[in-house]
Design a protein. Structure first.
Length: 143
């Protein structure tokens, strides 16, 4: 399945978005499918490893890549060949205090591909809700 790509513009600076959504590594604030991050090895920077603690009780190892503070990050991981995921977030300033958030998410692997196919609505909905939560958190933080 191709990545799910969604974007939205929020009245907040990239720095506000970064600090309210990613910097503290408290992604459960915006990701509707997780209860938290476990075994976090560092801050929001390249090479940091952690585990997604899913609401369904599963746990998946992840790593951060392509991290540029206030601009972008990629999280990727899973269980090799069975369930893999890649999520990318890109922040692009639009005006003085307005930023476009682009969020893409993709599941792959044997089970991940099946989940993407048979539960596409859930995958799309989770991506869209994650973006909506980022927008809400950032909007609240900018006021």
């Amino acid at each position: 399945m191709a990545p799910i790509v969604r974007s939205s513009t929020v009245n907040a600076s990239p720095a506000t978005i970064w600090s309210s959504c990613f910097e503290e590594m408290k992604w459960e604030k915006w990701d509707p499918d997780i209860t938290g991050l476990g075994d976090v090895s560092g801050g929001c920077e390249n090479g940091t490893t952690f585990k997604f603690q899913m609401k369904n009780g599963q746990s998946f190892p992840m790593i951060l890549e392509n991290v540029v503070k206030d601009e972008s990050l990629t999280f990727k991981g899973g269980t090799r060949g069975v369930i893999n995921c890649v999520g990318t977030i890109i922040l692009k300033p639009v005006q003085a205090n307005s930023t476009n958030i682009e969020y893409s998410f993709e599941l792959s692997g044997l089970i991940g591909g099946l989940v993407s196919y048979f539960k596409k609505g859930d995958v799309v909905g989770g991506t869209e809700q994650g973006l909506a939560n980022m927008v809400s958190l950032s909007d609240s933080a900018s006021k």
